[in-house]
Design a protein around this ligand. Structure first.
Ligand code: AMP
Ligand code: ZN
Ligand code: FE
Ligand code: FE
Length: 275
């Protein structure tokens, strides 16, 4: 167990995770995490509960969100921290994303039907509930339906990037999303650059006000970690890190990856400078 650990990337049922926000905080405590941020996809619904659970257990919970955004036609994920989650501007953005995700989910279901997989929107919605609809919900519905044996198979055969039933999200340009994050008091950190982002995209984001990079992520190998430390220095950005844990037995657990708490102070100071 690492002392002084901050896990700044976690998910709950409020998006496509498998645990409640309170359970996420409890898992963080069990793992010895000192600071945690709940960063659900395109929603801040779980933040109030997580902050309250953190207060009860003396764990610092930083309000966060993982916003989908685009650089040209490339989707990137922007983690926002220290945001005012009550801001009408932020709420209206997440409402719009919620609606777009619903439409895109319906388009994916149409494609699946055309491919001879008779899954219905009702089955998908029984998985997503009120949460912003994501491909993991569709994957789970495909498993329920018996069309595939595992969620992984659903991605590989049907809904993964560039697979036959995949429909990309409508574009939400990253420069506008970064502007919004700053307007609501937050800092913008590029999530898991090693997963899908080229250094050219990273440079474009640095030009439009990106504040930091998720240097530490379970998908990053040591050479990438070293590389992103260099990138951070080169552009005057801040480093961040987190487990991207979604809960359940598969995948990383909260506290498996993160960064020292001093990094959180640096992010907080930059957010304060925008206020
Ligand atoms: P969406 O935001 O609807 O495009 O869904 C993206 C989410 O799907 C990611 O955050 C991952 O949690 C999950 N995902 C993406 N690709 C895969 C994959 N190949 N296998 C399993 N899960 C995936
Ligand atoms: Zn997710
Ligand atoms: Fe992500
Ligand atoms: Fe994530």
């Amino acid at each position: 167990m690492q002392y002084n650990l901050a896990d700044l990337h976690t998910h709950s049922r409020c998006s496509d995770g498998l645990r409640t926000p309170t359970e996420a905080v409890q898992e963080g405590i069990a793992a010895g995490v000192r600071v945690l941020s709940l960063t659900d996809h395109d929603t801040v619904e779980g933040i109030a509960e997580a902050v309250e659970a953190g207060r009860q257990h003396s764990v610092d919970v930083i309000p966060g969100v993982e916003l989908s955004a685009h650089v040209l036609d490339r989707e990137v994920h922007l983690l926002a921290y220290f945001i005012d989650t009550d801001s009408p501007q932020l709420r209206s953005h997440t409402e719009i994303l919620h609606g777009l995700r619903h439409e895109r989910g319906a388009a994916i279901v149409d494609r699946l039907n055309q491919l001879g997989v008779p899954v219905t929107m009702k089955e998908v919605l029984s998985r997503s509930g009120n949460s912003p609809l994501g491909r993991p919900h569709i994957a789970a519905a495909l498993v329920d339906h018996g069309a595939v044996l595992s969620e992984e198979e659903a991605f590989v055969r049907f809904i993964g990037d560039r697979r036959p039933a995949h429909v990309p999200k409508p574009r939400t340009p990253a420069d506008g999303v970064i502007e919004l994050i700053h307007a609501v008091g937050g800092v913008a950190v590029l999530a898991h650059p090693g997963l899908s982002t080229s250094d050219a995209i990273l440079e474009k984001l640095a030009w439009v006000g990106l504040d930091g990079i998720e240097v530490y992520h379970p998908s990053h190998q040591p050479p990438q970690i070293e590389h992103y430390h260099e990138v951070v220095k080169h552009y005057g950005l801040l480093p961040s890190g987190g487990s991207d844990s979604h809960g359940g037995s598969k995948g990383p657990h909260i506290g498996d990856c993160g960064i020292g708490c001093e990094a959180v102070d640096a992010l907080g100071n930059r957010a304060a400078a925008y206020a």
